[in-house]
Design a protein around this ligand. Structure first.
Ligand SMILES: Nc1nc2c(c(=O)[nH]1)N[C@H]1C(S)=C(S)[C@@H](COP(=O)(O)O)O[C@H]1N2
Ligand SMILES: [Mo]
Length: 422
């Protein structure tokens, strides 16, 4: 940090400060405490005076955190009581980079199957020398790999295609996004055992749910970093996220991460399943369709503050959020408090992992004036996330998927935070 004697030296307009400000023991911290604390003796509340509750087999969050949930169920056909729908991760209430299992978003095309792991099988067939069938017990004996990876639905942030800025929280607008430590067997290991026929270039991955969700995956991806997962954040995968087995394709659109995985068929060409012809392609303005765009491009979203928050007084705030790229590591996150006119670099919290969510932070001194907060991510390929008007100019707004435009949060003079377009 530049030694100027004035710790409040801005890094960009409208009060953004050097990202190392807090580390340097910024003089402004005293101003934070000044809001509340008065020296007086500690009270002795009732919970200190008697023994606490007994132990439980499986822990639950504090009852005081009941507001932290996956929000309204978005039904994709209101005629059905079961079937297609989704619930979203409450990004604005979480910190760090890992999504707790009970808050991982869920997107399912025909409900959550109730799968008995003892009867579930994985079949590998097609262009292989030896077709193989695995029980879950068989798979559990293979050497395992863990990796921290995000899953993002291709439809996440789709509201940013709309002509008018949608009202909504970070959860409502961007919550089809989560990040977990996934553990399982590298798919390459199982394919090697089956013996891949040189004619095979693709594979079909299919789920055991009533949607028979199935997608074509390039063989190169399968051999690179695909994981057949049994565990999610240390415990067996939750039913809604693919129990007992799911495919993880780090950085690829969520849809391809087939849950309840039961079949892999090696093929010479893509299978052209219903899930990759009618959906998950980008409808462009000229009427053409971009098919098989798999990687999710770099993106960032400010979670704190974000809609639903009310800034109560001027002074110090830490702006914090999440950045990610399906193409590699987050190299840089810049934050603006003036709607994109000036930018300052945010600090990236370690660890910064390829194709995982990365937490960023930057101190901000809010003067009580209106401000527009934005964050933009650059990944280690050198690609920078586009402004919304740039993305719409290039792609139009007939597409529903892969919207990675910069999001703008307006801070009103009264401290209310709202989604806006600039
Ligand atoms: N078998 C199967 N796999 C599936 C789906 C599904 O409906 N059935 N939904 C897909 C979609 S659209 C997404 S975005 C991700 C969501 O993963 P999650 O529910 O674990 O967050 O799973 C994908 N895998
Ligand atoms: Mo999805």
């Amino acid at each position: 940090m530049k030694k100027t004697g004035n710790q409040l030296e801005p890094a960009a307009a409208n009060g953004l400060l050097d990202r190392r400000f807090f580390l340097a023991g910024g003089a402004g911290l005293a101003a934070l405490a000044a809001g509340g604390a008065r020296a007086e003796p500690l009270a002795i509340p009732e919970w200190t005076k008697k023994p606490g509750a007994w132990f439980t087999a499986y822990g639950q969050p504090s009852k005081y955190e009941a507001k932290v949930g996956r929000g309204a169920i978005v039904e994709h056909n209101p005629l059905y009581e079961s079937g297609p729908g989704s619930v979203r991760t409450p990004l604005q209430f979480l910190e760090g980079m890992i999504t707790p299992n009970g808050l991982h978003f869920e997107r399912s095309h025909n409900g959550i199957p109730d799968i008995d792991p003892d009867r579930h099988r994985l079949l590998i067939h097609g262009l292989v020398k030896r077709p193989l069938v695995f029980t879950m017990e068989d798979l559990a004996r293979y050497p395992m790999t863990s990796r921290i990876s995000f899953v993002e639905c291709a439809g996440n942030s789709g509201a940013l295609y709309a002509k008018a800025a949608a009202a909504g929280t970070a959860q409502a607008l961007h919550g089809l996004l989560s990040c977990a430590e996934w553990t399982g067997v590298p798919l390459a290991l199982l394919l090697d055992e089956a013996g891949v026929d040189p004619k095979a270039q693709w594979l079909l991955a299919e789920g055991a749910d009533a949607a028979s969700m199935s997608r074509s995956v390039p063989l190169a991806k399968a051999m690179d970093d695909a994981l057949v997962c049994l565990y999610q954040n240390g415990e067996r995968i939750r039913p809604s996220n693919g129990y007992p087995l799911r495919l993880l394709l780090p950085g690829f659109q969520g849809n391809m991460n087939v849950k309840w995985l039961h079949r892999i068929k090696l093929t010479a060409a893509p299978t052209m399943t219903k899930d990759e012809t009618s959906k998950y392609s980008l409808l462009l303005n000229d009427g053409k369709v971009a098919q098989f765009k798999f990687q999710l491009d770099a993106k960032a979203v400010i979670t704190k503050p974000s809609p639903g928050f009310q800034l109560k007084q001027q002074g110090f705030y830490e702006i914090s959020g999440l950045a990610w790229s399906g193409n590699g590591k987050v190299a840089k996150v810049e934050v603006s408090a003036d709607g994109g006119k000036t930018w300052a670099p945010a600090a990236l919290s370690e660890p910064v992992i390829s194709k995982a969510l990365t937490r960023f932070r930057i101190p901000w001194h809010w003067t009580g004036q209106p401000a527009v907060l934005q964050a933009r991510c650059t990944d280690d390929t050198g690609y920078t996330q586009p402004a919304r008007d740039v993305l719409i100019a290039a792609r139009g707004n007939r597409a529903a998927y892969h919207n990675n435009a910069i999001t703008s949060w307006n801070i009103a003079a009264d401290g209310e935070v709202k989604h806006v377009y600039v």
